[in-house]
Design a protein around this ligand. Structure first.
Ligand SMILES: [Zn+2]
Length: 301
């Protein structure tokens, strides 16, 4: 079968590589809740907030700590030391091997999504997190709901390979509706591909820290996002496989309050820690150092 993605001439660094320069996009996080005005309404507590103040607070509501959704670039600016991010695998973009069409042709959907400046739904690269070198991937919900097709799977698999070769920890920030329906079985294959790579990383004693943000669902939860040596989640993030309505219909029971939210999952052992956005960088660095020391103390492989 032909490769499901385009392999164009590799560029050196994409514009997204500049994301760790401290410039925060912020606005991309907005959606309906933060129009380009000076005010923004919190979707959780309904408080009308001064946009600049929320932005300064890393897009966390100053009243109720609701975490607004932010873009991949915003996460990179938040986690990775300024000017250290070297983006990799920017040359991959999806083809349309299944000639898929729903209400729109898949190539048209891709073209619309690419207008946002990114070729697919994940950014991958190497950077420093509070001084600690790490392979970092961040999914972008703005690109087709952060769905995982061949390109997302391939980029994550390749980044994991870099982590193995260069003996670096791996961090993946997930934000996704799941597998990309338009790529059918090819999307589902990415679950196996990413999982195999993470198993290889684990065999080398290298850590994978999974950060789940709102929402992390479907095939992403069913594969790499739940395979972290440490699984972190943002407060109140929706995390699950199928949606609550589907589950309720299937089991014919009402679901408990807070079902599929970070706090519920922490209580039931599916998440290790809930980390507020302002503590994310220091938390990641702490785990990286912990695993590095643990690896140094174990017998050579
Ligand atoms: Zn609020």
């Amino acid at each position: 079968m032909a490769s499901p993605f385009n392999l164009k001439k590799e560029g050196s660094k994409s514009p997204a590589g500049k994301s760790a320069t401290g410039k925060s996009g912020g606005g991309s996080s907005s959606g309906k809740n933060s129009p380009d005005g000076i005010w923004v309404k919190c979707p959780d507590c309904s408080e009308i907030l001064f946009r600049k103040e929320v932005e300064r607070n890393q897009w966390v509501c100053v009243k109720c700590s609701h975490h607004f959704r932010i873009s991949a670039d915003d996460y990179l600016a938040l986690m990775v030391d300024e000017g250290t991010f070297d983006e990799r695998f920017t040359n991959l973009s999806s083809l349309d091997p299944l000639k898929f069409k729903d209400s729109k042709r898949y190539p048209d959907r891709l073209r619309d999504a690419e207008a946002g400046g990114r070729k697919d739904a994940v950014v991958t690269g190497i950077g420093r997190v509070a001084g600690e070198p790490a392979c970092v991937a961040v999914m972008d919900f703005n690109f087709m709901g952060g769905s995982m097709g061949s390109v997302v799977g391939e980029k994550l698999a390749r980044l994991t390979e870099v982590a193995i070769q260069e003996e670096l920890p791996l961090i993946i920030v997930s934000c996704s509706g799941g597998a990309r329906m338009q790529e059918g079985i090819l999307s589902l294959m990415q679950l196996a591909k990413t999982s195999v790579q993470l198993a290889r990383l684990g065999e080398r004693g290298l850590p994978f820290i999974s950060v789940m943000t709102h929402p992390t669902t479907g095939g992403v939860t069913a594969s790499f996002a739940m395979l972290g040596d440490v699984i972190l989640a943002e407060p109140k993030a929706l995390i699950g496989f199928a949606g609550p309505r589907v589950i309720e219909q299937t089991i014919q029971q009402e679901l408990p309050k807070g079902f599929q939210r970070s706090e519920f999952l922490l209580e039931h052992g599916m998440v290790d820690q809930i980390v507020s956005r302002k503590d994310l960088k220091s938390s990641l660095a702490q785990f990286i150092r912990f695993f590095r020391d643990a690896r140094a103390a174990r017998p050579a492989l």
